[in-house]
Ligand binder design. Structure first.
Ligand code: TXA
Ligand code: MG
Length: 352
């Protein structure tokens, strides 16, 4: 039993995602000001927020999520002009990126300013900052009169929450208040871009595509996850485990028809007693019709929007093995690929 947080009674308040009611925002802001935790919607995923300038408040985030204190948090601001109170030596390039992509799903890693305690950044001298494109998030930060540190509002290693009910599933009894602003628009987390290295490096692909960043930083570094021969079976290491549903995810890569055929075979030979399901695009639904399925959309934006909910739905169906056809690795497809690869813990099946 986790006695520290299980004593909390979690409230859920509905909030208008375009014109948040000031009474609701004030209730949430008051909790942040007295060092409590509030889960709130952003355009990417729901965040689990606390006062980013207060080490004690921030410590509660790590405890509630069961997140290792070695994994740094993102600081959310309400105005680009707040950047200089969070980070130091903000470069012209950082300002240009902020101008181009904020508010929006781009997180910039910069030199950490004194106002942000080291605990936020897991002891690093850097700080990750973003300005979310969501009226509720912005109103909350403004009303709290402080930047808000917030990781995704899921239990550590679970799929990120894109609906308030996902937050409840993971954090009921561990957070004071959940603001329910409906499903998030993007459904995938922000792109994390490190500007403290040369050339700047994408640490996590996300809602802003690598291609879009490349237009401003032609030599931006990005260590895409590759499937090398044998890698899939040899290194499904624990470090990869992230965004994982309870079920085992298997990711199929290759030409569409061959992959669909292989997925049907795979579903047929699963160990008796185990249940298999597919997470399918609308395009593939018919070809996989006899396998229990959750359909997550017809284009990459829809798939991104529904991806984490799809993984949770398959868990709710009691499916133990989830088969997924890999998306094209372009634009938001690269981000989807990254999340699926991690959910699969490296279980990639290349079909030729
Ligand atoms: O869209 C998002 O980014 C959501 C919403 C709530 O804003 N937040 C989110 O936070 O996804 P989280 O904590 O789940 O992921 C933050 C990522 C982690 O991979 C973390 O390691 C990285 O950002 N990060 C944070 N601070 C960093 C730093 N100073 N240096 C390098 N990486 C950092
Ligand atoms: Mg997360």
């Amino acid at each position: 039993m986790e006695n520290e947080s299980s004593a909390i009674k979690t409230r859920v308040l509905a909030v208008d995602s375009r014109e948040p009611e000031s009474s609701v925002v004030e209730t949430a802001a008051a909790i942040i000001r007295r060092r409590g935790l509030v889960a709130f919607p952003t355009e990417t995923v729901y965040g689990l927020g606390a006062d980013a300038t207060d080490a004690e408040a921030v410590a509660k985030i790590f405890a509630a999520k069961r997140r290792p204190t070695t994994d740094p948090l993102i600081v959310h601001i309400a105005d680009a002009s707040d950047l200089d109170s969070i980070a130091t030596n903000v470069s012209p390039l950082a300002r240009k990126l902020a101008e181009a992509f904020w508010p929006g799903p781009l997180t910039l890693v910069l030199e950490r300013g004194e106002r942000i305690p080291a605990e936020v950044s897991a002891g690093l001298d850097t700080v990750a900052v973003r300005l979310p494109a969501h009226a509720v998030a912005v109103a909350l930060i403004r009303a709290a009169h402080t930047p808000i540190a917030a990781p995704s509002a899921n239990l550590f290693s679970r799929p990120s929450p894109t609906q308030a009910k996902h937050v409840s599933q993971d954090l009921d009894g561990r957070v004071e208040l959940i603001l329910d602003g409906g499903p998030t628009a993007v459904g995938l987390e922000s792109t994390v871009l490190d500007l403290t290295v040369d050339p700047p490096a994408v640490l996590r692909p996300g809602g802003v595509s690598i291609e879009a960043i490349r237009e401003l930083i032609p030599d931006v570094a990005y260590a895409a996850r590759h499937v090398d021969a044998g890698e899939a079976v040899s290194s499904p290491g624990m470090l990869l485990k992230h965004y994982s549903p309870r079920a085992e995810v298997r990711l199929f890569v290759g030409e569409r028809d061959a992959v669909l055929e292989r997925m049907r075979q795979e579903a047929a030979v699963v160990t008796p007693g185990q249940t298999v399901g597919v997470m399918a695009t609308s395009e593939d639904a018919d070809a996989l019709a006899h396998i229990p399925q959750v359909v997550i959309g017809s284009n990459l934006n829809e798939v991104g929007h529904n991806l984490f909910d799809g993984l949770r739905q398959l868990d709710d169906l009691g499916v133990e093995i989830v088969l997924v056809r890999a998306p094209v690795r372009e634009g938001v497809g690269e981000t989807i690929w990254d999340r699926l690869y991690r959910a699969a813990e490296g279980r990639v099946i290349e079909v030729s």
